[in-house]
Design a protein around this ligand. Sequence first.
Ligand SMILES: [Zn+2]
Length: 97
Amino acid sequence: MSLKAKNNHLIIQPCPCCSGLAEWVDVKASSIILWQLACNQCGLATNLEDKKSTCLLVWNKRHDNNRIKIVFALMLLTLLLTSIMAFVLGMIFSSIR
Ligand SMILES: [Zn+2]
């Protein structure tokens, strides 16, 4: 189970914007190599990092954040619709009386 979780962590998640494939980009700056994960479809990319693992962590985290944002937006929409419904129902009931 722990091995599976470890492997899962190393998987590059698809792009949070377009679900495209992310690819490694390496940038040679003087003596060090910087890494970046970039989407091959929309160009979304992480910051340049000196460790591949940091890049991957940021990229996968971004994916999670995006999912949270979608859930949050849906919750907000539901709340908005509920309040509109309540308002309309209130209007109907007050007009009946
Ligand atoms: Zn993309």
